[in-house]
Design a protein around this ligand. Structure first.
Ligand code: C5P
Length: 223
């Protein structure tokens, strides 16, 4: 089998990362969560009070930001910001509420896309995000565009947060998903959109296992 590049894009909280993680485990591929990278940048901006509208401050901050991934003892990919494990912190609502505005900044995107292309150079990767099939790897062997009903997405995300002991109102989760989708689809720099050659996967009535099986099946056909 040849090693391929799998791009998974779609709206917020559709199960992209859960699917991508499982698929990468099954295929023995590397999983790269590009949303985690934008979240790590956002966390840095918040903690260091970086003025988002000041290009000089943004450029300086980007030079000081080093994002890496390490595999935990539980075989999970975890995000590190300047050597610190930020996997939990980047999933909090504080970061979720600011990540889409930060992700509209051109300089931020240029820096992240460059790193993502480097990470995917070896192939044998599953990458999930918003612009993987359109901008990061327009030549990806398999492109999947995931979507699901708003309420289904919100329920799933709320349950995920509860499992991590974060109590959030369903209304707040819905509001956050709507806000992020709106900003992500309407921004000037690489907006979220379905690539022409992407296959659509609606996960509203599908279990995680079925989603994973479907993507693995599609991947095998490309190898
Ligand atoms: O994937 P996740 O929901 O964690 O992504 C968080 C946010 O990061 C998205 O709402 C989007 O604003 C931004 N993002 C992006 N491009 C990507 C991945 C994520 O702009 N490739």
């Amino acid at each position: 089998f040849r090693k391929i590049v799998i791009a998974i894009d779609g709206y917020s909280a559709c199960g992209k990362s859960s699917t991508a993680k499982e698929v990468s485990n099954i295929l023995g591929y590397r999983y790269i969560d590009t949303g985690a990278m934008y979240r790590a940048v956002t966390l840095y901006f918040l903690d260091h009070h970086v003025a988002m509208t000041n290009p000089k401050e943004v450029a300086r901050a980007l030079q000081d930001i080093h994002i890496t991934f390490k595999i935990s003892t539980k075989n999970k990919s975890e995000t590190y910001l300047n050597g610190l494990n930020v996997e939990k912190t980047i999933r909090t609502m504080r970061v979720s509420e600011m990540v889409s505005p930060v992700s509209t900044i051109k300089e931020v995107r240029v820096a992240m896309v460059e790193q993502q292309r480097r990470l995917g150079k070896e192939r044998g990767v599953v990458m999930d995000g918003r612009d993987i099939g359109t901008v990061v790897f327009p030549q990806a062997d398999l492109k999947v565009f995931m979507t699901a009903d708003l309420l289904t997405r919100a329920f799933r995300r709320q349950r995920e947060l509860l499992e991590k002991n974060q109590m959030v109102d369903l209304d707040d989760v819905v509001e956050n998903i709507l806000q992020r989708d709106k900003i992500d689809t309407t921004r000037k720099e690489s907006p979220l959109r379905q690539a022409d050659d992407a296959l659509v996967l609606d996960t509203t009535h599908v279990t995680l296992e079925e989603q994973v099986d479907e993507v693995v099946r599609l991947a095998l056909a490309k190898m």
